[in-house]
Design a binder for this molecule. Structure first.
Ligand SMILES: Cc1cc2nc3c(=O)[nH]c(=O)nc-3n(C[C@H](O)[C@H](O)[C@H](O)COP(=O)(O)O)c2cc1C
Length: 209
């Protein structure tokens, strides 16, 4: 949820323009915070993967960008998880209308350490923990009503016992190799700034819109 609701012109004035030598991860964090203050759901991103069935994209919540990694949480038996594990690479796209901006990220993906997934799972509301426990994400189900009934049965069975993270649920970290910042320009003459991981630090170039 947004912390405050800043005016658009004020936000645009505070959105620092990418430049050579800037740290793209720091820039991402600054823009992310601004987008939140502008009322955007800044953590929602499209995650693109590739697998046996071809390309696929879906929304995910990027819970944080820590230690240079974008972190997402999901079901390890879902389609996205199968494709992330097999391919080891993925892309994310953020769209922040309040900032008139898009950020594209490409990188390498690996499962998070067990402790990081445990900690995040423990921080979730009980209702979300229950759903993670019982939802066979991306698998065919008999009916929605059956799922709700299973949830009720699970609530009764568990009582007020603590819910441990199930082995089929956890996080991935995406380590970026490419980050592109896009700013809307007049007459569709947008500005694109691309950072690519280099031997030391990041290379920087402008791209045609
Ligand atoms: C705004 C939004 C955020 C979402 N966040 C997540 C998420 O963080 N993790 C997740 O597994 N699914 C999330 N979903 C659901 C996914 O888009 C998708 O339906 C689900 O993960 C199954 O995808 P798959 O079959 O490609 O694995 C989100 C959906 C929306 C609309």
């Amino acid at each position: 949820m947004p912390q405050t609701s800043a005016g658009k012109s004020e936000l645009l004035a505070r959105r620092s323009e990418p430049s050579a030598g800037a740290d793209p991860l720091k820039l991402f964090s600054t823009w992310y915070t601004l987008a939140r203050s502008g009322g955007d759901r800044a953590d929602a991103a499209t995650l693109a993967t590739y697998g046996d069935q071809g390309p696929a994209a879906r929304m995910v919540l990027v819970k944080s960008c820590v230690h240079g990694q974008f972190r997402i949480f999901t079901n390890y038996e879902s389609r996205k998880a199968r494709e992330l594990e097999a391919e080891g690479r993925a892309a994310l796209v953020f769209h922040w209308p309040s900032l008139e901006a898009q950020v594209r990220v490409q990188g390498r993906v690996a499962r998070l350490e067990r402790e990081a997934s445990d900690d995040y799972f423990a921080s979730r509301p009980r209702g979300s923990q229950l759903s993670a426990l019982l939802s066979p994400q991306s698998q065919p189900i008999e009916s929605y009503a059956a799922l709700v009934a299973q949830r009720e049965a699970l609530i009764d069975a568990l009582g007020d016992r603590e819910i441990e993270r199930p082995a089929h649920w956890g996080g991935y970290g995406l380590t970026p190799d490419l980050i592109e910042f896009w700013c809307e320009g007049e007459n569709r003459l947008h500005r694109r700034y691309e950072y690519q991981r280099a031997a030391s630090g990041w290379s920087f170039r402008l791209l045609g819109p």
